[in-house]
Design a protein around this ligand. Sequence first.
Ligand SMILES: C[S@@+](CC[C@H](N)C(=O)[O-])C[C@H]1O[C@@H](n2cnc3c(N)ncnc32)[C@H](O)[C@@H]1O
Length: 293
Amino acid sequence: MWLQLSLTAAKEQAPLIEALFENMGALSVTLGDAGDEPILEPGPGESPLWRATRVTALFEGDRDPDQLRTLVNQSLNADVSRQLRLERLEDQAWERAWLEDFHPMRFGRRLWVCPAGRRPDADDALILELDPGLAFGTGTHPTTALCLEWLDGADLSGKTVIDFGCGSGILAVAALLLGADRAIATDHDPQALEATRANAGKNGVASRLTLLEPDQAPPVRGDILLANILAGTLIGLEPVLASRVKANGRIVLSGILTAQAAEVSRAFGRHFGMLPPQAREGWVALEGVRLAG
Ligand SMILES: C[S@@+](CC[C@H](N)C(=O)[O-])C[C@H]1O[C@@H](n2cnc3c(N)ncnc32)[C@H](O)[C@@H]1O
């Protein structure tokens, strides 16, 4: 058994509450969104907080709840401390608990993303083994799913695929499993490059993958470039992305909200013939064919 304490506070107060819980002997302290304010893509090393932040601390189960409550009451003003919530949690196999929510998932006709040790019941399944980690990209998010489905439907044989903003490397690894000759992956977050390297190794495709820092130009232009990043970033990166795709090559852009599709299409229309968007759960993916020149 564990004791869990949680408090919701304005973001300015959250670090103080975090420090208080640590001083009280918490085994872990977690900060999360207490409202509905998604922070979509913080830069590397940034840890922005939410306007209403929930601070949750875990204590050994034999700690005295009354003593913990008293310490909080003595340290914080009454408006904040009266919101303290205290719960007892059953112990469980925490390191695999996420598996209950993460099942084999199919994208398109034959591509499956599966946690380690799990197999779908399908004879022709092409399996990408992936456990959730620190970098973005498991397939559960619609923006990744749109890219994976596109890859499953594409003819990749003999192709070089660039995965720009690779996160976990899921798109590069999927492209290689689906028959691409070579993949080039890049991300400005070093943790993403590390995760991509590990996931390529786990799936036996590391020898066909090149990892690059974002400012390193790839050795060749791609036949296909996928970038699942937010709309504003994509628009800013348009000249760089366009320079990395061969004439008649394809670009697939994801991470775009439906309302932003026209603006992104317009920006990429300078170098690409843009096709109609594919939509899913409020997000769209755009595809373009690189114009010569
Ligand atoms: C939404 S995740 C996508 C991860 C994965 N490709 C997928 O489809 O699930 C976006 C990734 O782009 C990276 N990124 C954002 N801006 C970038 C930039 N300007 N240059 C390189 N990488 C960037 C982030 O670090 C993050 O790993």
